[in-house]
Design a binder for this molecule. Sequence first.
Ligand SMILES: [Zn+2]
Length: 382
Amino acid sequence: MDAITKEFNRLEKNGSFDKYIDDVDGLIELLQKTRKTIDAAPQSRREQLAILKSGCTSWTNKMAESQKDIYGALSKYAKVLDKKFKVDIEAAYNPNAFPQSGDKLLDRAVAMHLIRDGQFQVADKLIQEADLDIPEALEQEFMDMYRILESLKQKDLGPAIEWAASKRDRLAQSGSNLEFNLHSLQFVHLFTHPNGNGTRLALEYARENFAVFGDRYLADISKLMCAFLFQSNLQASPYASTFLSPSAWDDVAHSFTKEFCSLLGLSPDSPLYLAALAGAIALPTLLKVGSIMREKQTEWSSENELPVEIPLPPSFQFHAIFVCPVSKEQTTDENPPMMMPCGHIVAKDSLARMSKGNPNQRFKCPYCPNESIPNQAIRVYF
Ligand SMILES: [Zn+2]
């Protein structure tokens, strides 16, 4: 890639791009000039067109010359790109992992993603063409969400506060602080408004709106109130991080989206987006595995499991998992984690192996001196 960057730098230094643009400008100028002349003196049309013809040829020849350099670099660029990124993604594809099903799962996932992404027209078209069963009310909900997010972008908290107030009980049930955080941001917004009477407006706002939150957020409200002592020099006060946070609006928009989706029973990020992102992270490893398996002529045999471990960032971990310390396998519904009377946990299959398949056979726990029989073990849920 370095060679290409050098090549482009050389072209830029030589003025190849500028020269080409100058040539195009020259040609445009010639055409405009000819039109003006003909408009002013129509009788000179034939003569002017002849001049134009030879002028055009000379400009296009010049352009072809300067193009040569650029085209040369472009074709090299394409070759380097091909060489660098040409990988056969098919190698990482396991047809058994994603069987063709008649229930339009993929279509549904795409339509849901489009709705969550606010691309309602495209989603509608897909729902209609693929004949999907997605309730219209859900789309309406997301339209509402985008309307509120748009207001937040304009620094108008009204619609978001109205929504949060209408869902107060459900938000409180899930332990959400969203409604208070919205009011608190409104207070800060007024307080820091440069129009001069911001602090007075903020105080009025607090009087009107904070009373409801007194029980649960007294400490937070007290902090907001103490900021009045520092209003002349907020920057140097202990309140700078709350009152002058550059990410306050983004944070509140993010937590609004999260709460909104959670009340709909959905995750804050589109599952399709997460799956595609996880896939992109996993792809290099899977390609490598694919090529090793091809070399050794082995097959991908496990059905619901990848042949290698693929580390994903913590934000991609949604459930607790349990790996049996004996077999090193991740437990599943068929092979669940089982706790022995001593409190140690192993997978059900390991339990069966240790007791030689006999549910009443005594065996020693692999991690402590206690003995028990498989029938005494109980299933553990994480
Ligand atoms: Zn034990």
